[in-house]
Design a protein around this ligand. Structure first.
Ligand code: ATP
Ligand code: MG
Length: 568
């Protein structure tokens, strides 16, 4: 491809935010700088929607040689906790991003924000209202009907300053006074009808302690925090589009010529099928103990996905694949799972594990014999090498892989039928052993020594219909396997008027299997290592509960998307 063609190719694939940024760079707006921020409120753990925003904000800075701040939007001391701050830092880092310098906190700017509020009062653009929030809200009007002006709207600057100082000094109770911007009670944009910018809240703050009993509202903190940090492109989700005139109005009143001025740009938030993304509801799942915590592997939180076995690379790839849109839409959760399978297929070693073991004795295999069979670790990647798997007279196979009265199309093991044991021999089932209640306890088989995989003999090339995974009974290691599935059975669990999202919790979202047998190479696996259990799916070592001698694996995803079939 010629350089010219390549350039047009690249230009074509710019998303709308990149186009805005390139235009700004071309016009030397803000000296051509690109400075973004990710501004979570520390009132919950980050989820996959936040991951999209993180990849976008940090990704834009990476593409244009810029910087990104991590800023905690901590203006509401009622719901915020240090635990959330710590988890957010960990999650952003795990996703592979590093913010510039120390994390920032909106609460670091409380003094400056207070000064700016005073400035608005001094210039006649803010006033103290004595009415209750309920009264104020009644006077707001409707989008087609102008609001009613507050009786306190035309207070003198002196009186406003005095009242605001007393609000700050703690002379009033919660809700007794409020500071409002003086804009336009008839504006077609409801957010411009004298919005509340400061409220009284006698509540200790996780960083400023009891220094403040008045706190700025989101709209009176966000744009100014961007401005203080010299953010150039303030990327946020669509619901803030209607707040943009207020964002600009406030900056117009505070802006100093010659400084960097941020622009707010909105994109569509990520919605995923079969997934709940509201922090309030996720908190409810945790509090009601419907999951084991924020990092339960069924949660759409970054820490949950991580514990489930998602790789950071697959999440970044997913964010890139779905791109940014200007209109709300719903992405099929299968797209996320596809991105994960794609990554794990290339990177995860193949191993053998039997989740529901059935003992199988190869009667013509000498009792004192054992051999080590060489198996490749990943057919997709030769550099991952091979390993030795012990093979002996007694092995375990999957209980499901045997059927006594097998239908014609059952290509696994059945009485008098043959199968190949993966990377080993062809065996034939000769006898089924049962206990007194008729449960199958053991299979007796014979093997054909000439059929060893890869031995090159004619017999080894013989085709049989089924190939089973197995582990040597003598060498296998015990493990617990937690088989996770989607948490909700409905595509849009919170999209039903007559039903609660909790009505759609999948009763089979977790099955704990305690008696699994895994191959001996897994003895010393590190937490979070990821594997393909052959024929079963992708699994990872649980980062919290797995210990040497007490292995715990989580099923990340099955090999194929079994849901698309179920629901079509
Ligand atoms: P809430 O308003 O309930 O606290 P939130 O999801 O808006 O929840 P924030 O902590 O304010 O939480 O979000 C931080 C950043 O992540 C914001 O810029 C927000 O726009 C973005 N974000 C949140 N949810 C999504 C989503 N589903 N898709 C994309 N970006 C999101
Ligand atoms: Mg928010």
């Amino acid at each position: 491809m010629s350089t010219e063609n390549k350039e047009t190719e690249e230009k074509k694939s710019l998303n709308f935010i990149e186009s805005i940024i390139e235009e700004d760079i071309k016009n030397k707006k803000n000296n051509g700088e690109v400075y973004t921020r990710f501004p979570p409120e520390p009132n919950g753990y980050l989820h996959i929607g936040h991951a999209k925003s993180i990849c976008l904000n940090f990704g834009l800075a990476q593409s244009y040689n810029g910087k990104t701040n991590l800023r905690f939007d901590d203006t509401n001391p009622e719901k915020e906790e240090v635990e959330y701050v710590d988890s957010i830092k960990e999650d952003v880092n795990w996703l592979g991003f590093q913010w510039k310098d120390e994390p920032k906190f909106t609460s670091d700017y409380f003094d400056q924000l207070y000064e700016w509020a005073v400035k608005l009062i001094n210039t006649g653009f803010a006033y103290v209202d004595d009415q209750s929030p309920e009264e104020i809200s009644k006077q707001k009007g409707t989008p087609t009907q102008p609001g009613i002006e507050s009786p306190h709207r035309n207070r003198s600057v002196e009186e406003n300053l005095d009242l605001f100082t007393r609000m700050k000094n703690g002379e009033f109770k919660n809700g007794e006074r409020i500071l409002r911007a003086k804009i336009d009670m008839a504006s077609p944009n409801m957010h411009m009808r004298d919005p509340i910018i400061y409220r009284i809240l006698h509540k200790e703050h996780h960083r400023t302690g009891n220094k403040w009993c008045i706190y700025p509202m989101y709209d009176f903190a966000h744009g100014q925090s961007d401005y203080i940090e010299s953010i150039t492109h303030s990327v946020c989700t669509l619901e803030f589009e209607v707040h943009r005139p207020l964002y600009d109005w406030i900056l117009n009143h505070l802006y100093t010529e010659g400084t960097i001025r941020p622009t707010q740009i909105e994109f569509a938030r990520l919605n995923l099928s079969y997934t709940i993304m509201s922090k309030r509801k996720l908190l409810e799942l945790v509090q009601d103990e419907l999951v084991t915590g924020w990092d339960d592997p069924r949660m759409p939180t970054i820490s949950g996905l991580r514990r489930r076995g998602f790789t950071a690379a697959s999440i970044r790839k997913f964010a890139e694949t779905i791109g940014v849109a200007k209109r709300d839409n719903v992405i099929d959760v299968a797209v996320l799972e596809h991105s994960l399978r794609d990554d794990l297929n290339k990177t995860a070693a193949r191993v053998m594990a039997v989740l529901n073991p059935l003992k199988l004795v190869i009667t013509n295999y000498p009792e004192d014999k054992e051999e080590f069979l060489s198996i490749e670790n990943n057919p997709e990647d030769e550099t991952m090498g091979t390993r030795e798997m012990p093979f002996s007279r007694e092995i375990y196979i999957e209980r499901d892989d045997f059927m006594e009265d097998a239908p014609k199309k059952f290509f696994r093991l059945a009485p008098d039928k043959e199968v190949r044991l993966k990377a080993a021999y062809i065996i034939k089932c000769e006898e089924v052993i049962k206990d007194s209640e008729g449960n199958i306890t053991e299979l007796r088989c014979t093997y054909d020594p000439d059929t060893k995989s890869g031995s090159g003999t004619e017999a080894s090339k013989r085709k049989v219909k089924g190939t089973l995974h197995w582990v040597s009974a003598k060498y296998a290691i015990d493990a617990e396997v937690r088989v996770y599935d989607r948490l909700f059975t409905d595509e849009a669990p919170d999209g039903h008027k007559d039903k609660d999202y909790k009505d759609f919790i999948n009763p089979d979202s977790l099955k704990v299997l305690k008696n699994c047998k895994v191959e001996p190479s897994l003895k010393d696996v590190e937490p979070e290592s990821k594997f393909q259990f052959q024929r079963l799916g992708y699994f990872c070592v649980d980062r919290k509960d797995s210990k040497a001698g007490n292995l715990v694996f989580n099923r990340t995803v099955p090999l194929k998307d079994s849901w698309s079939k179920k629901n079509k």
